[in-house]
Design a protein around this ligand. Structure first.
Ligand code: GLP
Length: 260
């Protein structure tokens, strides 16, 4: 796991977007793992800029979102399909039909979860997954106690996550209780994971992810088992890390041949 401590959210966004851009330049038909929440927004802003100003081409790429609320109509502005379209897909030249979100409106939700797994596999698997982290350590919507081997399935949100996400709705009562999310095992199959987190509110979760024991009580900690994870955080999100000086030292002395 590589931990990179940067100045602020903008730098985090630029660094993460740089990883996406490098991938798309060497593999134009890359499969991108997409995330919602406020943390990836600066990444999408920078990708949109790279598309407009530097011609970064998404025309052959495809994307799979991590998760979706159950029961929100597909055209609800906070349904994650709408959010991914608004924040990312509509701002670059990725084909709209190439961007997939789990179906939270399906009558047969379990069937929809299995179909989503099959669609990811049929696309060849995710090359690069952007991830945020919840204040309770969740990735996707895999709340504490999730099986670390889980696949795409229905989950129940914690009240903390519903409160955290209430800011996107007019009241907490509108935040669904249920979601469909890629499983932890699904996310772990992405070939490269770039996790972004900013702000002091994420400091505990980042400490758990990077330095805590691997535990389903902080699901992000499973990334300690992932062969290629890059953690991009700002100073505030790094503020509870015990070995911050070491991570800085490693990054500052990174041999050029390790750039990727
Ligand atoms: N399902 C999403 C997660 O993928 C995201 O990481 C988390 C944190 O969001 P934010 O970046 O807004 O703090 O929010 C939601 O729960």
């Amino acid at each position: 796991m590589e931990v990179v401590i940067l100045k602020d959210a903008r730098e985090v966004g630029r660094a993460a977007a740089g990883v996406f851009a490098a991938l798309l330049r060497r593999k134009p038909d890359a499969v991108l793992g997409l995330a919602t929440g406020s943390s990836p927004l600066p990444v999408y802003d920078e990708l949109a800029r790279l598309h407009v100003e530097e011609g970064l081409d998404f025309s052959q790429a495809s994307g799979f979102a991590l998760d979706e609320y159950v029961g929100l109509p597909a055209d609800h502005p906070e349904a994650y399909g709408s959010v991914i379209r608004r924040d990312f897909a509509s701002r670059v030249n990725i084909g709209p039909a190439s961007v997939h979100t789990p179906d939270g409106t399906a009558a047969d939700l379990e069937g929809a979860c299995a179909a989503y797994e099959e669609a990811i596999a049929a696309a060849g698997g995710v090359d690069l997954q952007i991830l945020g982290i919840g204040t309770d350590g969740h990735i996707g919507f895999n709340e504490p106690g999730s099986s670390l081997a889980s696949r795409t399935r229905i989950k129940t949100l914690t009240e903390q996550t519903r409160r955290d996400n209430a800011r996107f709705f007019s009241s907490i009562d509108e935040v669904p209780h249920h979601v469909v999310t890629q499983g932890v095992g699904t996310i772990m199959e992405a070939r490269h994971v770039v996790l972004v987190a900013t702000g002091a509110g994420k400091a505990d979760a980042i400490h758990g992810l990077v330095e805590g024991p691997v535990t389903a009580m902080c699901v992000g900690s499973v990334l300690q088992f992932h062969p290629h994870t890059t953690v991009l955080i700002d100073e505030a999100a790094a503020s509870s890390l015990k070995h911050a000086e070491y991570y800085r030292h490693v990054y500052d002395n990174k041999p050029r041949w390790q750039d990727h």
